[in-house]
Structures are given as C-alpha cells and as structure tokens.
Design a protein around this ligand. Structure first.
Ligand SMILES: Nc1ncnc2c1ncn2[C@@H]1O[C@H](COP(=O)(O)OP(=O)(O)OP(=O)(O)O)[C@@H](O)[C@H]1O
Ligand SMILES: [Mg+2]
Length: 248
C-alpha cells in the first residue's frame, strides 16, 4: 500500500464534504473513485494533496503521516495531481513543456545557472524523450502545446507529472472531454505505467474506465458507500440507488 486515509473528514459550513473516509491505494495499481456530483471526490483529492486542510483524520503516504502538509511539500514526496484543465504552457512545444516540469519545484536557481546544469540538461533531455515515447507523444515533440487536442494535452500533463518524479498520480476526471479512441490510449498508457507509478483516479466515464482499474470506491454524501472490484461495485444496490437518485 502506498497511500491510505484514516477517517478523513472535511466540513464546509456544516456540510459533510468528506466524512470518515477510509481508502487505500495499493502500490502499482489503479484505484478509482466514483460517485454522483457533489459526493466529495474532488474534496478527497484536495485534502490528500494538501490543497484543503482536513478537519479530522489522517493521510498516510509510504508509511509516513502527511496530513495537512503544504501542497508543495506533498508534491515533493512524489504525490502529483493533474487538474481537470491541463496546465501546459501553450506557446511552448511538447518537449519544452516536459523539460521545464522539474522547475516547478525542487531544482535550485543555483543549479540552473551553474555548470551543473549542462550535464543535467543532457540527462533531462534523455528522460523527457523516454517519457514522451512511453506515452506515445514523441512524434509530437516539436509541436506547440496549443496545437494539441484535449486528450493529447491530458497526456502531456501526465508526462509533466512523470518528469517531476511522480510515485502516485492523482487525477481528477482525466478523460473528460477526450474522445473515446484517445481515452482508450490514455488508459492503456496508465496500464503500461502501472508498476512504476500508482494511480488514484476520479472518473465519471465508467463505460471506458472500469475494465482498466484494479479497485473501486464509491462515494455518496462525503462517505464511502461501497468498495471492491469494479463490476461488483457498480452493481451494488446502494451505488445503483445513489446514481438513480442523482438523476431525478
Ligand atoms: N471550497 C468549497 N467550499 C464550500 N463547499 C465546497 C467546497 N468544495 C466542495 N464543497 C462542497 O462539498 C461537497 C463535495 O464536493 P466535491 O466537489 O468534492 O464533489 P465531487 O464528488 O467532486 O462532485 P463532481 O462529480 O460534480 O465533481 C459538495 O456539497 C460541494 O458543494
Ligand atoms: Mg469533482
């Protein structure tokens, strides 16, 4: 297990956005969180990644408690999140976007202006190209980010997270706005990466995602209401009920 939460709670003006949530992310696996709108999925990601403070409970990463640390400290540990709206710099190329990812944090200004940078640049280029090849983005390396499709931007976002040394990738709706063909490509690239990287994914498009994930948690009203293998969880009467309820 790479990450777990213990009785994690977050309240907004009396609303239980999260209430005593216990989830575990197995190392090298893809863990999916589902649930209707407003069930607390994004709040869970925000609390784990340090963007919101927990009101109760704990977050444990690689055996160490990280509850309520600052977001940059958490990302430095290797917990990286991608956002629903990709953050690539539009005027830079795909390769440049991947290369500058490490400078979001970590590397000192000293290193970048001193001689150490030159040797490092070669290593970084190698690493960036390996990551692009891995995600099948290498043929696009000299295109400007603004020329990419929505799905390709999501892959670029993933490339940037890998470049920054992700151990656990947390993704909020990585397939939203992505066409089904590219969505399958993206999911297959996650499967190829599984092992080196662990995944915690929030996604509504169950038709696409279920066959690729290892374990599923279903949430409603801030609580986990079911967990297990995908096929079982989506058939669980409690889960069926909250989805039907949400549509009315
Ligand atoms: N910053 C905030 N301030 C006040 N209330 C919030 C805040 N963020 C979330 N909430 C509330 O917490 C609850 C859970 O919201 P959250 O965004 O986590 O749901 P979600 O499962 O991600 O929904 P969706 O599927 O629509 O993205 C909702 O009632 C929401 O209104
Ligand atoms: Mg959300």
């Amino acid at each position: 297990m790479i990450l777990r939460t213990e009785n994690l709670s977050k309240f907004f003006d009396g609303v239980k956005a999260l209430y005593r949530v216990n989830i575990a992310v197995e190392k090298g696996k893809i863990t999916l969180v589902i649930g209707p709108n407003g069930s607390g999925k994004t709040t869970l990601i925000n609390v784990i990644s340090g963007f919101y403070k927990a009101d109760e409970g704990r977050v444990i990463f690689e055996g160490e408690e990280i509850t309520n640390r600052m977001p940059h400290e958490i990302s430095r540990l290797g917990i990286l999140r991608t956002f629903q709206i990709p953050k690539a710099l539009k005027k830079l190329t795909v390769l440049e976007n991947v290369l500058i990812a490490p400078f979001n944090h970590g590397d000192s200004v000293y290193e970048s202006i001193s001689g150490r940078w030159i040797k490092k640049e070669v290593e970084l280029l190698d690493k960036a190209f390996k990551i692009l090849e891995f995600l099948k983005l290498d043929h696009l390396w000299d295109r400007k980010a603004q020329e990419l499709s929505g799905g390709q931007l999501k892959l670029l976002e993933t490339a940037r997270a890998l470049m920054r040394g992700a151990k656990l990738l947390i993704m909020d709706e990585p397939l939203s706005g992505v066409n089904p063909v590219l969505a399958e490509d993206i999911l297959q690239s996650f499967v190829r990466m599984r092992g080196e990287v662990s995944f915690l994914i929030v996604e509504h498009r169950l038709d696409l995602v279920l066959k690729y994930v290892d374990y599923v948690y279903a949430m409603a009203n801030g609580e986990v209401i079911a967990e297990g293998k995908g096929e079982e969880v989506v058939k669980d009467p409690r889960v069926v009920e909250v989805y039907i309820g949400a549509k009315n």
